[in-house]
Design a protein around this ligand. Structure first.
Ligand code: GLA
Ligand code: ZN
Length: 673
């Protein structure tokens, strides 16, 4: 693995000089303005294939070398991109097999991110291009890493892909009998008697076999990863010392991103949160959850590859980030483990669909804008806190976010239509975050041993080995939080016989005999009386989805208030070995989770970074060389008085300790004693 270790925080973003090759004056301004803004890292050439290979086999890299030479002369670095995200028209015309086929339609040339990921012809062109780029720029001092393609996405259902899918299935199942069993094809007479009868679940095809849909989604991840390996093979051979990354995208959930950990040296992420649509705190919590999810793929520093300094052009409403929010959202990325603050894009294009997307340099072509000034402030801050770069985040708490469980849950018909998986996870994340702790958001196949508390709500699918590892975690003193509609199905989405929570039944000490669902507005409540198991009592509303539990070793701590299951267990706990497992049987109001995790983290001896956080203020801590760096951020939109740990402010250099008033959008970064 090549190391992703920048000497300082990377600050910059997507740079598309191939759109300005006829304007050398603009390219000169770019360098001047980049230096003024403290911009030191650009992703270059992402969509430049037509400028790099204007005709088949004719490579024109001179302009790119000039750009990189100029970068190096001015102390600027580059993530060099492989341009497979958009191909030249000559290729589509002469080799139509490179075009995607989806929902019964063969794509024409156009748009982007729409190649066939199986096509041997496309893979051959990509290999040739990437080999040339690596050979040409292997030792260029400005190049510090590779930006592989752009935001892999989508799927192809062409005959090449169908054949590749069947090959993948044969390697996984070996016999059709195993496929029929795994997919429960006896249902609606779907038994396959020949491999060629199996096709991908296209919209006009077989969409009622969740086992097929799940395996197709796993294949899409597999084939995309296989394509990445094709991209990076020449690069790793020619430039083994340069790290490679892909830029994952906010809200893309159709690829199992944790699986990409095997093909990247660090993880890139494009974040375009809707600042200004909700309260800043709401947006901050949703954003922090995504940041910690991205960090969770490799559990090491990552790279905010794209963000906007002002507004996007593709939200329904493209509201501009209010003054101070670009700084605060940039600090938040660093606080959650990013070693870069990069934007889309450096300069607005004159034409094309993104000409109204936020950028550092607008159509005014100057450095006079409010946006430029805010970017420059971010650059100055990143320079000031550069000792923190590469610092790790250590967490005592983890939240399990499993892509495949999410896929299967979403495919399930019942007990509710919109499963709201992410909203449920974010509500647990928010309650944990209010406790002033770092949180790892991890896949269910990650290691559990580093944690004191693991929240695994809504874990619909329990894959082989997960229950056993959770049991070991609890046995060794861990605190596990489970919840309704968990342990329902296995890795093939076949329901566990014996009922839910399946392999977690023994650990939880409950059997969920039924799972009810309530309409909007209909509520039940969980009533918790004073008890010896958790420092929490009161009445809390619940609804949406509710398990009706039989206790099988667990102790009831809270009971349902109404309905035919009034008085039965709604919050239970079961001790196992040195630890305990809690089961929250219904979706509750946020106040329940806030009170629950407040009590639970205390009894589980989790140490807060900062305790007594006022509403709307969040905190994280990064560690490096024995130093601990505390980030305190005020998203409350008003002054907030926070009791800070003793240390030295990385912003002012002054000693800080005790109560400090942070203004709205204010933050403090402390190197604590
Ligand atoms: C994505 C893409 C970029 C650009 C931005 C616009 O993240 O990676 O090329 O289209 O969106 O927000
Ligand atoms: Zn295809």
């Amino acid at each position: 693995m090549a190391q992703f270790k920048l000497p300082a925080f990377g600050h910059g973003g997507d740079y598309n000089p191939d759109q300005w090759l006829d304007r050398p004056d603009v390219l000169e301004d770019d360098i001047r303005y980049m230096k003024e803004a403290g911009v030191n890292l650009l992703s270059v050439g992402i969509f430049a294939w037509a400028a790099l290979e204007p005709e088949e086999g004719k490579y024109t890299f001179g302009w790119l070398r000039d750009i990189l030479d100029n970068f190096h002369k001015n102390g600027i670095s580059a993530f060099l991109a492989t341009p497979s995200g958009a191909r030249p028209a000559w290729m589509s015309k002469k080799y139509p097999e490179v075009l995607r086929y989806e929902n019964g339609v063969k794509f024409e040339h156009g748009n982007r991110h729409n190649h066939c990921f199986t096509s041997p012809v496309y893979r051959s062109f990509v290999t040739k291009m990437n080999t040339r780029l690596a050979e040409e720029f292997a030792s260029h001092p400005a190049v510090v890493g590779w930006h592989i393609s752009n935001e892999y996405s989508g799927q192809c259902h062409c005959e090449n892909c169908q054949r590749a899918f069947r090959k993948w299935l044969k390697e996984k199942y070996h016999t059709l009998e195993n496929v029929n069993k795994a997919w429960w094809t006896s249902f609606w007479s779907k038994t396959f008697t020949d491999w060629d009868q199996i096709r991908s679940p296209e919209r006009n095809g077989e969409t009622s076999l969740t086992g097929l849909t799940l395996d197709w989604m796993r294949f899409v991840t597999h084939q995309t990863i296989d394509f990445v390996k094709c991209e990076t093979a020449p690069i790793k051979k020619i430039t083994p010392n340069l790290p490679v990354t892909i830029n994952t995208m906010q809200n893309f959930t159709f690829l199992s991103y944790p699986k990409f950990a095997e093909v990247v040296d660090f993880m890139g992420y494009d974040c375009y949160s809707k600042w200004g649509k909700y309260s800043d705190y709401r947006t901050a919590v949703d954003t922090a959850f995504t940041y910690d999810s991205v960090r969770g793929y490799l559990l090491k520093p990552w790279s905010l590859m794209e963000s906007t300094p002002s507004q996007v052009n593709w939200h329904d409403v493209c509201k501009i980030k209010r003054p101070g929010i670009h700084m605060l959202s940039s600090v938040q990325a660093v606080a959650h483990g990013s070693d870069t603050v990069m934007m889309f894009q450096w300069r607005k294009g004159r034409g094309g669909p993104e000409k109204f997307h936020g950028a550092v340099i607008g159509h005014d072509m100057t450095n006079k804008t409010r946006v430029f000034k805010e970017v420059k402030e971010v650059g100055a801050l990143l320079e000031k806190i550069s000792p923190i770069v590469n610092a790790e985040i250590k967490s005592e708490c983890a939240l399990i976010y499993d892509f495949e469980s999410f896929w299967a849950l979403n495919e399930a018909q019942g007990p509710v239509k919109d499963k709201e998986y992410h909203k449920v996870l974010v509500s647990h994340y928010e309650a944990l975050s209010k406790r002033g702790v770092n949180i790892d958001v991890i896949d269910s196949e990650k290691d559990f041993n580093a944690y004191k508390v693991i929240a695994a709500p809504y874990l619909y699918m329990v894959k082989p080995g997960v229950a056993e590892r959770l049991e070991a975690f609890v046995e060794n003193g861990g605190t596990l939080v489970l919840g309704y509609f968990s342990g329902v199905a296995d890795e093939n989405d076949l329901c566990f016989l014996g009922g839910a929570p399946g392999p977690l039944k023994k650990l939880a000490g409950v059997w969920a005999e039924e799972t009810d669902a309530l309409y909007d507005g209909q509520k039940n409540a969980i009533v918790i009386n004073k008890n010896d198991d958790i420092d929490m009592q009161g009445r809390y509303e619940c609804g949406f989805m509710l398990d009706v539990l039989n206790l099988e070793g667990a102790k009831m701590v809270g009971a349902y208030e109404s309905d035919y299951y009034a008085g039965t267990g709604a919050l239970t706990v079961k001790k196992t070995g040195k630890g305990e497992t809690w089961y929250i049987a219904a979706r509750t109001e946020q106040r329940f989770l806030d009170d629950f995790y407040k009590a639970l983290l205390k009894s589980s001896n989790v140490t807060p970074i900062v305790s007594g956080l006022p509403d709307g203020v969040t905190v994280t801590e990064r560690e490096k060389d024995g130093n601990r760096y505390v980030f305190v951020m005020n998203f409350s939109e008003k002054d907030a008085s926070v009791s800070l740990p003793e240390g030295v402010s990385m912003i002012t250099g002054e000693c800080v300790k005790g109560l400090k008033v942070l203004p709205a959008n204010g933050f403090e970064i402390i190197c604590r004693k």
